[in-house]
Design a binder for this molecule. Sequence first.
Ligand code: SAH
Ligand code: SF4
Ligand code: F3S
Length: 458
Amino acid sequence: MAKTYNVVTFGCQMNERDSETLAGMLEEMGYVYEDNFKEADVCILNTCSVRENADKHFFGVLGQLKNPHEQNPGRITCVCGCMMQQQHIIDTLKAKYSWVDLVFGTHNIQNFPELFKNVRDEKKKLVEVWSDAEAIAEGLPAKRNYDFKAYVSIMQGCNNFCTYCIVPYTRGRERSRRPEDILEEIRCLAKSGCKEICLLGQNVNSYGRAKSVPGTYHYDDEKGSVLDDGSLNLDFAGLIREIDKIEGIERIRFMTSHPKDISDELIACFRDCKHLCHMIHLPVQSGSDVVLKKMNRHYDRAWYFDKIDRLRAACPDIAISTDIIVGFPGETEEDFQGTLDLVEKVRYDSAFTFIYSVRKDTPAEKYEDQIPEELKHERFNRLLKLIHEIQEEKSKQYQDKVLKVLVEGPSKTNEEVLTGRTESNMTVDFTGDPDLIGKIVDVKIVKAQTFSLYGELI
Ligand code: SAH
Ligand code: SF4
Ligand code: F3S
C-alpha cells in the first residue's frame, strides 16, 4: 500500500502556495494524500508567525501529533514555514518537541525532497533552516488545490519593515521572478483549464523593483532588466497587461498592494484590462497619521484617500477591502477615532481587523506605550461593529443583480447547494448541476446577507 501524506497550512496565501509545492514533491516521491493529518504517514505543518495566536495554534496542533507519532514508529513529522525562521522557536522545538523528525524554513523548500529522504532512509532527525534567501527556485512541482483557479507567486519576501511585522524576518529580502517564468506558468495553467489566477506577493506593486538579491529579476526604467538574458522589462502593471492577453484566463486578481507603491499605471489597468477583477485589497492599517508614521508605512491619510479616489475614478464599481490593526503601541482615542473616520469615508466592501500582537525582535516590541489588552478589545469591537454595518449596506446593493460566479463546488454547509465566487470575491450559494463546477455562470441574487449571497441560476 502506498504511504500517505498530509500538509497542514497555517497563515497566508504564500503559505498555501508553498504547501502546494510540498504536496507536489511528496506525490512525485509516490505518497498519496490522506485527509486526516493524524492518520497520514507523513505530516508537514507549514507554520505562520504573524500574530501570537498563530504561534499558539501551531503548538496546539503539534501537541496533537505526539501520540500518533509515538504509536506509529514509521511516521514522519515535519515542520516548516515562517515560525522556523526564528531562533527562539527552534530552541523551543529542540527542548520540548525533540520527537519532530524534520525542521526546515521558508528559504530551503526546494531542498525538501533531499532533506526528507535523508530523514526517512537514514532514520535521523534534521534541523536545516537557512537564514538568507537566494533567487527563487523555478520548476518545482505543485499539487494545486483547484483546477480552475490558482495562486501564482510572482515575488517573495518583503523589504518594507513595518515596525509591527515579522514577515521581513521570516521571508527575507524581496525578490521577483522573471516575467517569462510567470507568463509561462500562467499559460500552462490556462491550457489545463484554469480560469482564474491570483498573483501573490507581500507587496506586488514593487514587483521587479528590489535590487538586493543578486541573480533575481530586477529592472529600472532607464537601463531595463539587470538579467543579461533578454528578459522582458515589465513592472507590475506591465505584467498584468501581458497576463490579460493570455487566452483562457478570465479572471486576474492580486494581493497584496502596499498603498505607498500603487502607481497610476496600475490604476489604469483597472480601466483597460478586460480580465482584471474589479477589486483591490489595499491594507491601510490605521487612520491616524501619527500611528502610520510609527508603523513605518510611508503614507498618510491624504495619500491613501487620493489613491482610493483615483481607483474609483478609473473603475467606479471597484470593491475595496483592507487590513486594520487596532491597539498599536501609543494609539490614543483620537488616533482610533481617525481609524473609525477613515473607515466611514472609504466604506470598505470588507475589512480584516487585527488586535495588535507583539512580535519578538520587531521594532514595535520595544515601544514602551503598549496598550492594555482590555482597551484593545474594546476598540476592536467598536471598529468591527462599524465595519459590519457598512458591509451589510454594501452587500444589499447586490440584491436582484445578476452576477458572474465562478462555481467552486458543493457548499460546505449544504451538499445539495453549489457555491461560487463573484468577481469581488463574495461567496454565492445557489442550486445547480455539479457539472457547472469550474465554469463561470450568471446568477441572480435573491437574498443578500452581510457575509454571503444566495442566488438563482439564470
Ligand atoms: N504584506 C501584506 C500583509 C501581510 S500580513 C501587506 O503589507 O499588506 C497580513 C496582515 O496582518 C497585515 O496587513 C496586518 O494588518 C496584520 N499584521 C501584521 N503584523 C501584525 C501584528 N504584529 N499584530 C497584528 N496584526 C498584524
Ligand atoms: Fe509586513 Fe509591512 Fe511587509 Fe506587509 S509590507 S509584509 S505588513 S512588513
Ligand atoms: Fe504568516 Fe508567514 Fe504569511 S508569517 S502571514 S505565513 S508570510
